[in-house]
Design a protein around this ligand. Structure first.
Ligand code: HEM
Length: 318
């Protein structure tokens, strides 16, 4: 399967297709259906840019976009809500999804969010959490059921909930730090494989708004800000690879690695133009380039099937 086939999961995820259907159904039950929109991160803005590798990735991976040659990229910034009409301020976590056009054809994606960890450890657990939220919303969970569910999921979700709680309203999509959360494996020309996590680090640093400033912002302030910014300057991000060491978990998106891990500067992404949203754009995080492998994180492979199902529904106007 080519990673560039929209709506086709990039991983051999037949085992996940049924679970993906159930998961998208559960998201719709919880949040309603917004026909034609993504089932998560529904509100977003697409941009065009290019990625200029630093050359430092060449010793770590044979991936074509991390060598020396500049490649084009499509970037989509988004709010995490399922509601495309929700004001920017009301969805605390933001997303930045990057699709690199590979020099030999095809694409690969890196999808980040403004929190370093996810709230579910496995696809099954994600589905259980969404269904629990729905039952709580519908008032059918009951106190004992609520306590049981909190006990079941609290330890895995704790770090993510805390991280979301600490988020302040961003001043700009271009001045936010995005974590790609999952572990990937970089394979070099000798076949040596190393675990890494990717981060998009804003060149200008992170800037947030005070509560007073935030209260003054219009619904689409982040999109308006990008449009204004691009009249004078580009948004620039460093792509950092954080190298894992022996014993660092590779299969668990709810856990961080120790702070002191070595970081490699893989290059700079320059974004300077807003474009209409390409209808076939699917930012499948498991669509990797040769030279990059998926880790054993089950959520990473599962997302492929879930994003394909969301794409199917929205491309049919459902
Ligand atoms: C069980 C885990 C997850 C599920 C079921 C899920 C589900 C989804 C779905 C259905 C979409 C819309 C896809 C489309 O229609 O193209 C989406 C988009 C997105 N998700 Fe996830 N997601 C999961 C985990 C994550 C994680 C861990 C991150 C953090 C990096 C993340 C960040 C994003 C972003 C940034 C988008 C917007 C992509 C774009 O702009 O096209 N998701 N997610």
């Amino acid at each position: 399967m080519k990673p560039s086939d929209p709506g086709q999961p990039s991983t051999a995820s037949a085992e996940y297709s049924e679970l993906a259907d159930e998961t998208i159904d559960a998201i719709e039950d919880l949040s309603g259906v917004h026909p034609g929109y993504r089932r998560a991160h529904a509100k977003g803005i697409c941009c065009r840019g290019f990625f200029r590798p630093s050359g430092l990735g060449a010793g770590l991976t044979t991936a074509a976009h991390l060598q020396e040659q500049q490649v084009n990229a499509v970037v989509r910034f988004s709010g995490s809500s399922t509601d495309p009409a929700l004001a920017d301020l009301l969805s605390p976590a933001k997303g930045m999804a990057v699709q690199f056009q590979l020099p030999g054809g095809g694409v690969t994606n890196l999808v980040g969010a403004t929190v370093p960890v996810f709230f579910a450890r496995t696809p099954e657990s994600f589905l259980d959490i969404i269904r629990t939220l729905h039952r709580a919303q519908a008032g059918t969970l009951g106190t004992l059921g609520m306590i049981k569910e909190i006990m079941t999921h609290f330890s895995e979700s704790k770090s993510s909930l805390l991280a979301v709680k600490q988020l302040k309203p961003p001043a700009s999509y271009a001045e936010s730090h995005y974590y790609c959360i999952h572990v990937y494996l970089l394979e070099d020309s000798a076949g040596r494989v190393r675990p890494v996590k990717f981060e998009w680090v804003p060149e200008t640093g992170v800037r947030t708004l005070s509560a007073e400033a935030a209260a003054q912002q219009p619904d689409n302030y982040l999109e308006d800000e990008l449009e204004l910014r691009f009249k004078d300057e580009a948004a620039i991000f460093q792509l950092a690879a954080v190298l894992g060491e022996e014993g660092d978990p590779t299969d668990d998106p709810t856990r961080t690695w120790p702070e002191d891990r070595q970081r490699i500067d893989l290059g700079r992404l320059h974004i300077s133009e807003i474009i209409p949203q390409p209808p076939e754009l699917v930012m499948d995080p498991a669509a990797v380039a040769p030279g990059i492998l998926l880790s054993d994180d089950p959520i990473l492979s599962f997302r492929s099937a879930a994003y394909a199902e969301s794409y199917h529904r929205r491309s049919e106007g459902r």
